[in-house]
Design a protein around this ligand. Structure first.
Ligand code: G3P
Ligand code: MG
Length: 250
């Protein structure tokens, strides 16, 4: 149900580096992490970029947006200074750069499809195609644990990913688990439910596991809480505190 790593570094390197940057991946590796979650959004010219927010102002300075900018301009922006001067000029990565780095360093990827409003299907389709093309050998060889897991809060994005690359596994992200979660997950042919640890209960965890799904939580930064949800049958979670919760946490 969950052939993937149990502990995953959130947005690259959690709180130790600017989110969704190669510096974050490097920070994760320094702490022994070979599993990462990050967010992918399409630029105006339809290229997947590793960014969480559609609008500028938090991780990159200025006004504007990811869906309103071309990839080459996004890639030239400073996504590091907000975090600390030592990260100045750390660029907004292309998704393909993250793929190359993760393949080279043997880092497993949970790719969160993060569409800007109105680009749900387009983003799901693009991310699935590019991921599938990069992992053809692993898919053909059935190397399940090495194949990235796509996830999204957007049903439409995941449906488009399913149609574009049915062989890639999908996790359905739900902040709170709705009563019809299983019908939705089944329609998406999802392998896992990804949910907010704050709202999970032991009963819900048991239901999801009994139905045969992997169960992944975001974002656990307290080791005691991590142990608690793992005792409920949660298969894995992502953390910002890669310094407190290591890859071998149990
Ligand atoms: O994929 C889990 C988690 O990253 C979802 O929330 O806002 O951090 O992308 P967010
Ligand atoms: Mg995310």
């Amino acid at each position: 149900m969950w052939p993937y790593p149990k502990i995953v570094a959130h947005r690259g390197g959690g709180t130790l580096a600017p989110e969704n940057t190669v510096a974050g991946l490097r920070a994760g590796l320094a702490y022994g992490f070979h599993a990462v979650e990050f967010d992918v959004m399409l630029s105006r010219d339809g290229i997947g970029m590793v960014m969480h927010d559609p609008d500028f102002g938090r991780t990159v300075a200025g006004e504007g947006s990811v869906p309103g900018s071309d990839a080459v301009d996004l890639a030239g922006m400073d996504a590091g200074s907000w975090f600390g001067p030592q990260f100045r000029d750390e660029p907004v990565p292309f998704f393909t750069q993250f793929i190359d780095y993760c393949k080279e360093q043997r880092i497993w990827m949970n790719v969160e499809i993060k569409p800007a409003d109105g680009f749900e299907a387009e983003t799901g389709d693009w991310v699935a195609r590019v991921t599938r093309d990069s992992y053809q050998a692993e898919i053909a060889a059935g190397e399940t644990a090495a194949i990235p897991l796509l996830s999204s809060f957007s049903f439409a994005a995941l449906a488009a990913a399913r149609d574009a690359a049915p062989d890639l596994p999908r996790g359905y992200l739900l902040d709170q688990i709705p009563t019809d979660w299983q019908a939705q997950a089944s329609e998406l042919d999802a392998v896992a439910i990804h949910t907010n640890q704050k709202h999970l209960t032991p009963a819900l965890a048991a239901k999801i596991k009994a139905a045969g799904y992997g169960l992944f939580c975001y974002t656990v930064n307290d080791p005691a809480r991590g142990r608690e949800i793992l005792s409920w049958g949660v298969d894995g979670f992502c953390t910002d505190r890669i310094d407190l919760i290591g890859p071998t946490f149990a």
